[in-house]
Design a binder for this molecule. Structure first.
Ligand code: HEM
Length: 401
């Protein structure tokens, strides 16, 4: 990884350009540390002006004050949007959140166990035959996606289009052609979700798949409209696929590059739940956005209605005021109150499913491959989006005897 020259920090921060080609593969951690310690509330010219908030305490403050920092604009480029329940503020948010919560409880995540293991073993079987794989396309992406397809009872042929939509929720297309493709993919997925809702209504929606549950659900004493259900299905798809894939890809890459630490997890899989929390802290989503709706002051800086705020997780999750030895991966970290799943009313609905998926993935992978490395002569390929992630990594595996 190349480093960013310290002399350039000020200028880089001022324009905070995620598409800058030489940021894509750069080691950004020293830059984020510098921002957090020297410019805790910074102004960037990106998107015509955004506040960057980077200390843990301030990120938590923003999350916990939805009456000041609204969810109307959350994902880059922080335009107002109307995804349910993500872009609603309390109290309107409460009813939609309550109807979705039971579908993503810890118990419902545990019910995915068998399916996740079956899918993981099938994918691992192919990797074993080949002696290796490109771990994103052959493992980290299909595993959560197939679980999603099953719980939503979606046609597997739609997977590529869904992946395309999900991924582009976190990275803007770079040219007009990209935008056209994205719109076409979104239209087509929404058309498909609409057909599912129509079919479920016709058949009586008796099943346990998520679309059937949404057809049966009520909010404030009324049924949901087709538009509301399609909107929620679309958000669930966007929120669940690329996030889990990126986290799994980052973890596998780190473990492939740190064999001593991987051996610890292989020898004692009971370390996995805490290790996963630590990986979530260590390489979180890059940021999350908000829109100011009430004039406020943060560390002496006045923010006005309409201003956009970027919570720079990546800096906050390594804040030494909260985390000892923040740049180290400690599987036995005593307290780990990371904010990678957010906080406050919009805290991630899918956190149980995400954790469960990661755990099953790593348990099954390590049972099959106690040792694996990045293929000699290759290196992981990274891309900077809202999720800071490995987008491709070639692994060679040594199967268990
Ligand atoms: C490692 C994987 C994941 C990460 C890092 C992650 C991260 C987040 C974060 C930071 C938020 C808060 C957004 C905000 O406050 O504006 C959020 C919300 C949300 N997440 Fe996740 N997520 C992950 C996986 C999932 C999965 C698997 C699902 C599938 C159900 C999901 C569904 C949602 C939904 C529906 C919301 C909006 C909740 C609301 O507005 O009340 N996420 N996620």
């Amino acid at each position: 990884m190349n480093a960013i020259a310290e002399a350039d920090y000020e200028e880089r921060l001022a324009r905070f350009d995620l598409f800058d080609p030489d940021l894509q593969e750069a080691d950004l951690w020293p830059f984020f540390d510098w921002i957090r310690e020297n410019r805790p509330i910074a102004r960037t010219s990106a998107l015509e002006g955004v506040w960057i908030v980077s200390r843990y305490e301030d990120v938590l403050h923003v999350y916990q004050h939805p009456e000041i920092f609204s969810n109307r604009a959350v994902v880059w480029p922080f335009e107002e949007a109307s995804q349910l329940p993500l872009n609603l503020d309390p109290p309107q948010h409460n009813a939609f959140r309550h109807l979705l919560a039971p579908m993503f409880s810890p118990a419902s995540a545990r019910r995915m166990d068998q399916l996740l293991r079956e899918v993981a073993r099938e994918l691992i079987g192919t990797v074993r035959e080949k002696g290796g794989c490109e771990a994103v396309t052959e493992f980290a992406r299909p595993l959560p996606a197939k679980a999603f397809l099953s719980s939503f009872a979606v046609d597997p042929d739609l997977l590529p289009e869904m992946q395309r939509c999900a991924e582009s929720s976190f990275v803007l297309p770079e040219d007009e052609e990209g935008w056209r493709e994205l719109h076409a993919a979104t239209e087509s997925i929404n058309g498909y979700f609409r057909d599912i809702v129509t079919a479920r209504r016709r058949e009586g929606a008796t099943g346990e798949d998520v679309p059937s549950q949404l057809v049966r659900a009520t909010v404030e004493g009324r049924s949901l409209t087709d538009d509301e259900i399609v909107n929620m299905l679309n958000l669930l798809m966007a929120a669940s696929l690329d996030t889990t894939t990126s986290t799994l890809a980052n973890i596998l890459t780190w473990l492939a590059e740190n064999p001593d630490r991987r051996d610890e997890l292989v020898a004692d899989p009971s370390l996995l739940p805490d290790a996963i929390e630590e990986f979530l802290r260590y390489e979180p989503m890059l940021f999350n956005g908000r829109m100011v709706v009430q004039e406020t002051e943060l560390r002496g800086v006045t923010m006005r209605p309409g201003d956009r705020v970027m919570m720079l997780f990546s800096a906050a999750m390594r804040d030494p005021r909260v985390f000892d030895r923040p740049d180290e991966v400690l599987f036995d970290r005593e307290t780990n109150r990371h904010l990678t799943f957010g906080a406050g009313p919009h805290r991630c609905l899918g956190s149980h499913l995400a954790r469960y998926t990661l755990r099953v993935a790593l348990e099954e992978w390590h049972r099959a491959f106690p040792s694996y490395q990045v293929r000699p002569g290759t290196r992981p390929r990274r891309r900077l989006t809202m999720v800071m992630a490995v987008k491709g990594v070639d692994l060679v595996v040594d199967p268990a005897p």
